[in-house]
Design a protein around this ligand. Structure first.
Ligand SMILES: C[S@@+](CC[C@H](N)C(=O)[O-])C[C@H]1O[C@@H](n2cnc3c(N)ncnc32)[C@H](O)[C@@H]1O
Length: 186
């Protein structure tokens, strides 16, 4: 998937506060496409921007998990499982594997940090079908073992700055490289 293809399929979705940036979603989604991923599990929905983008790219193949549905629009068009991602994300992966899915992407944007890394370690250990894991709001080199990061200068130059032109200026000035997505690929 090229950045332009990604933009064509997702530029209608807004860039909202606390939402992942387009370059970060592109980094995750393009790695999933390259790895042959056919189903995605997402933990951390908030007001649903990343969820809508994932559904635009992997229609009918996204399971989303969130423990606080108060920020979701009342008419949100996609199902969201309510509960702790540490419990529901591995459960969703197990169900996908049971149904015969052999390549799964996992996007963790809540919980964060050590708790996100614990979910990643468990999923990667227990399910060989997990091919790609992204952790949002994660700096490079913090023990996640990432194979790529959205702050990579070559990625920012070639892709990131172009896709993130839609992010409100105040956010770009506050975070010139974006919040940060660490990506692990099996
Ligand atoms: C930054 S927001 C997600 C934004 C969304 N991914 C996007 O890009 O549009 C983080 C969300 O993670 C949720 N969250 C935090 N810990 C969680 C957990 N253990 N299980 C499920 N959701 C959790 C929070 O309630 C919050 O809505």
């Amino acid at each position: 998937m090229t950045p332009d293809e990604f933009d064509a399929r997702t530029s209608m979705f807004p860039c909202l506060q606390y939402g992942m940036w387009p370059s970060e979603l592109y980094l995750f989604a393009s790695a999933c496409v390259d790895a042959g991923v056919t189903a995605v599990v997402e933990s951390g929905v908030y007001n649903g921007v990343s969820t809508q983008v994932l559904h635009a790219l992997f229609p009918g193949q996204v399971v989303s998990v969130e423990y606080d549905k108060s920020h979701l629009p009342k008419d949100f068009p996609f199902p969201v499982q309510i509960g702790d991602g540490a419990v529901l994300a591995p459960r969703a992966i197990a169900r996908m594997v049971m149904l015969g899915v052999t390549a799964i992407g996992v996007l963790l944007d809540g919980p964060k940090s050590l708790r996100a890394r614990a979910i990643k370690d468990q999923c990667v250990h227990d399910y060989p079908a997990v091919r790609v894991v992204g952790i949002h709001d994660h700096k490079p080199g913090l023990g996640f073992g990432e194979t790529s990061h959205s702050w990579n200068p070559a990625f920012r130059e070639a892709v990131g700055r172009h896709l993130d032109a839609r992010v409100p200026l105040a956010s770009r000035e506050a975070h010139p490289k974006g919040p940060g997505l660490a990506l692990w690929i099996r």
